[in-house]
Structures are given as C-alpha cells and as structure tokens.
Design a protein. Structure first.
Length: 146
C-alpha cells in the first residue's frame, strides 16, 4: 500500500498549499477563507506550531446547532486541540484506519514539528481506488498471459 508522501506528490502539495489561521481568528473570517480556497478544514497555528484544526463539521455542530454567532466567536473556542497527525511515511492504510475509527476527514502531515501538508478522506479513498485499479490491471495482464 502507498504512503502519505505519494498523495502529497500527486496533489502537487507544497507548504504554500497548507492554509492556517491563529486561534484569535473570528470564525466568520475562517469560513470565508475556507470558501475562497475550497477547503473543508483549516489548521490552527500559534508561533509556527500546530495547535488545532477547524472543519466545516465543527462549524455546523459548534456554531449553528448551538446558536452561537460566527462573527463573535474565535476559532480558538471551537477548534479541535492537538489534532492527530501523520508523517509522509505513514501508510495510506493506517490513515484510512485512523480516519474511520476516529471519525474525522482531515489529517495534518508533519515532518518533525513542521506541517508539510494536509490530506483528506477523499485523497485517501482516491489513492486506494487507484492502487486497486493498478492491481486489477496487473492481474488481468497476468491471467491473459501478457
């Protein structure tokens, strides 16, 4: 099975593709960034250190359903603190297991204390499908004697 680095390379991911805000960012402003960048989660950093993650799911469950104001609430009040992370060498299978059992859709990718990317459940599923297609193709060639 592939590794996270394969997903990052396939996405053309660079550190510049990682979007983050500080814990003092107003939720409304964070949602604007997410809409503009067409992303489902933002990393929360402080002093260049990952301290949390905020997703569309957090917004729906912690703002909308609780009757809070997105223009008066900071990300720091809602973020998931100390998010689970993976490394570029983590297996896609391990990521799928983490995301499925822990029920989240985004994983920050770290090299030491530096964020190098973010992968989503869509990235993981796409990677698994591509690998299965390749395996099927190889098996069909083998069976056909080519």
């Amino acid at each position: 099975m592939g590794k996270v680095i394969n997903i990052l390379e396939g996405k053309g991911a660079k550190k510049t593709n990682v979007f983050s805000v500080t814990p003092t960012t107003i939720v409304y402003n964070a949602i604007e960034i997410m809409a503009e960048k067409n992303i489902g989660a933002l990393l929360i950093t402080e002093n260049d250190r990952l301290i949390g993650i905020f997703s569309e799911r957090d917004y729906a469950r912690k703002i909308i359903l609780k009757g809070r104001s997105s223009k008066e609430t900071t990300i720091g009040e809602l973020m998931t603190k100390d998010p689970v992370t993976v490394t570029p060498e983590s297996s896609i299978e391990d990521c799928m297991e983490l995301m499925t059992t822990r029920r989240f859709r985004h994983l920050p990718v770290m090299e030491g204390s530096t964020v190098v990317g973010v992968i989503s459940i869509t990235d993981v599923v796409r990677s698994i499908i591509e690998e299965q297609k390749s395996t099927i193709s190889h098996l069909q060639s083998y069976i056909a004697g080519q």
